[in-house]
Design a protein around this ligand. Structure first.
Ligand SMILES: [Zn+2]
Ligand SMILES: [Zn+2]
Length: 457
């Protein structure tokens, strides 16, 4: 497997003398397998130069699979400028997360409406197939691809690609689930000492990978003022990679305000932090043109690789959700986030009212505050988990208590997820969609091959 970086910038392209070494183009990574399959992680402005290279050098007709993490600008703006799309015979499969409100095709077509761009998506001569993915395992070409939701204010997928005896993980854009990653000394930490189940799941997803390409947009100093924007620090990426036994970490999605000198400093600090952890993970910051080869590492670490659960249901609309919070403003905000997704929302101002409602009608998910007049949220959670009817009900704790002790207690008592206030509407909507998509599914089922364009009916 060969990996080449065509775009390493997050948020917006920043060409110019200050970014010549690490690059100014937004997210795009090319992956080529020994069997000749071509994958692209994201389609930011870096996709323009990649497209030109494919037109010049790739065997014809060109065939590629684009794995979109999500559809924020910096991950799709290169799509209309991807030259193979203008060549008859080209076959492109665009994969991306389901559940963003509109279909993948609609979103990509939207940025090509005549108001924004001269060529309508329907006029492109290439054969384009769209495939919306949830969490799950897929076969694409000769590769096994595991998709898992990341923590970002819209539906966003990370991808684990296993092929040629090696495993590569791409995780952009992603924010730590919890401000506290470890419950003890980081230097002695391992995956099971991670506080938040979401971060533990993230570590399991990348377990034993030969290479991890991870978001590291902010420094630890910048991060507190960027909460809920959906990005990581090098400390988080290094820490979680080390805990997961990753061999090589490539930091990317560099902030547009970080010039080459600043990214150099981030790389040095990240390497220093890895050394402090006593871990052997190799760390670098991605730059445009960086090319890395993943040597076959044997099948042993692939056989035990995680298989993510996947959804059989449409998690987007029509679920019955109970919001339990004594603060009417929080209830109103959560209500707005859920109503726009088409859910049926019922509110309770306290634990007693919530328990009465749960006794009288079924719910698909519960949003539960912790600090309420008795019975408080932890008490309600404990009670619901002790009852067979609600033992598996998805319960998202929504609280201002962001410390390790309460986070740990929440999970120990059976919380499905633990979200801290303040939260944003897109963030809450994405977390609820993720929980609903996973609900009730105990084991992953292989979703099988994705049919390449031209082979489909
Ligand atoms: Zn981004
Ligand atoms: Zn984003």
């Amino acid at each position: 497997m060969r990996v080449r970086f065509w775009g390493t910038r997050g948020s917006i392209a920043v060409p110019g003398p200050d970014t010549v070494r690490f690059g100014g183009n937004t997210s795009c990574v090319e992956v080529t397998t020994s069997g000749g399959d071509c994958f692209m992680f994201d389609c930011g402005t870096g996709a323009r130069a990649l497209g030109a290279k494919l037109v010049a050098c790739a065997p014809k007709p060109i065939s590629a699979t684009i794995l979109l993490s999500h559809t924020h600008w910096d991950h799709i703006q290169g799509f209309p400028f991807f030259a193979p799309l203008f060549i008859p015979g080209t076959r492109i499969t665009v994969c991306g997360p389901e559940g963003s409100g509109r279909s993948l095709r609609e979103v990509l077509a939207g940025q090509m409406e005549f108001t924004y761009f001269p060529v309508d998506i329907g006029q492109l001569p290439a054969s384009i197939t769209f495939q919306e993915l949830g969490e799950g395992t897929y076969e694409i070409g000769g590769a096994r691809i595991v998709a898992q939701y990341l923590h970002h204010p819209t539906m966003t997928l990370g991808y684990r690609v296993e092929v040629d005896g090696a495993a590569l993980v791409y995780a952009c854009d992603h924010e730590p689930f919890s401000e506290t990653l470890w419950h003890d000394d980081p230097a002695r930490s391992h995956a099971e000492s991670i506080v938040h189940e979401g971060d533990r799941r993230h570590a399991r997803f990348m377990a034993g990978a030969d290479m991890l390409i991870h978001d590291a947009q902010y420094t630890p100093e910048e991060s507190p003022s960027k909460k809920n924007w959906g990005h990581s620090t090098y400390e988080y990426a290094v820490g979680i990679a080390a805990a997961a036994g990753v061999r090589e970490l490539v930091l990317t999605h560099h902030d547009p305000t970080h010039d080459d000198t600043f990214v150099d400093e981030i790389e040095a600090r990240a390497r220093g932090y890895a050394a402090d952890l006593g871990d052997a993970v190799r760390v670098c910051c991605a730059h445009e043109g960086l090319e890395l080869t993943l040597a076959p590492h044997g099948a042993s670490h692939l056989a035990g690789a995680p298989v993510a659960p996947h959804s059989r249901r449409d998690a987007r609309r029509g679920s019955r959700i109970l919001i339990v919070d004594d603060d009417p403003d929080i209830r109103a905000l959560a209500n707005r986030a859920l109503i726009q997704d088409g859910h049926i929302v019922i509110e309770a101002s306290g634990g007693r009212e919530a328990l009465a409602l749960i006794d009288s009608q079924p719910f698909d998910l519960l949003l539960l505050d912790l600090l309420m007049p008795a019975p408080g949220g932890l008490e309600v959670l404990k009670l619901l988990r002790s009852r067979p009817a609600t033992a598996a009900l998805p319960i998202v704790v929504l609280t201002a208590l962001n410390d390790e002790v309460n986070t740990r207690s929440g999970f120990e008592l059976g919380a499905t997820d633990y979200l801290t206030k303040p939260f944003s509407i897109p963030q809450l909507a994405a977390r609820v969609r993720g929980c609903l998509a996973r609900a009730g599914l105990e084991f992953a089922v292989d979703r099988g091959p994705i049919v390449a364009p031209g082979e489909a009916d």
